[in-house]
Design a protein around this ligand. Sequence first.
Ligand SMILES: C[S@@+](CC[C@H](N)C(=O)[O-])C[C@H]1O[C@@H](n2cnc3c(N)ncnc32)[C@H](O)[C@@H]1O
Length: 265
Amino acid sequence: MTQQKKQTVVRKKIAKTFGSASRSYDVSARLQRFSGKHLMPWLPNRNDLTVLDLGSGTGFFTDLLAGSYKKVIGLDFSKEMLHFAAQARDKDISWIEADAHKIPLQDNSIDLIYSNLVIQWCEPLDVAVDEMLRVLKPGGLIIFTTLVDGTLHELKSSWKQVDDDQHVIDFKTEAELAEFFNHDRASVIEHKCQDIVLEYQNVIHLARELKGLGANHLPKKRNRGLSGKDKWFAMTEHYQDFLEPNGIYPATYRLYSGLVVKRNN
Ligand SMILES: C[S@@+](CC[C@H](N)C(=O)[O-])C[C@H]1O[C@@H](n2cnc3c(N)ncnc32)[C@H](O)[C@@H]1O
């Protein structure tokens, strides 16, 4: 199988994982809500824009954007997410089922791309960024969040003491990410990187939330069955090293937010 075909197979699996989470997603989306909202101050203050919400999920933010802009498009590769969104959200929004690596929109047709917690799933990311810059008008903006290296470090290091399998997806470093958006076609105007620490009653609570978010697809995981009970127990024992004095389990999400402009050349 060619590398490209393998990547398409992986993406179909990710879409399926998100799809099966579409109904439980809005209730377990604490991080998504926080990160999506804190992008709001970067949104342009004029309403005659055509906006693409890339990886729109259940359409929560697509709906907010539709309240401010002339034309809003929600794009996602999960049929189930789109189905949920189309039922629940503003009827004027256009929904497109497509992959961020092959956006079915014309060159230079979009003023603003908003994308909340999506591009950590895009592999290869340069192809998705090329597509974003192709559909964006010169001078157009990309306003996005993603997770970078350091995310779920507690879970990663607890598992590391048990086995060497993949239990947490590989996140890019902040420097690697900046390179995708800083070159002759685009530049990062502003960015922020911050640790958001969410609290969980126990590790099962954390695992359920990650599952509810559809974030449990691990391309490099070798043992695809359930981790053995013993392994799971050993991991939770190690996780206790991070326990807060009040008995709460913390999980860190390193959130990168960027405001990018497509150059005029
Ligand atoms: C973590 S959710 C975020 C959803 C939404 N942006 C929000 O803030 O509520 C990620 C979404 O991105 C979609 N997604 C991931 N990779 C994608 C890709 N390559 N093309 C299109 N959609 C993608 C998933 O199906 C999922 O709905």
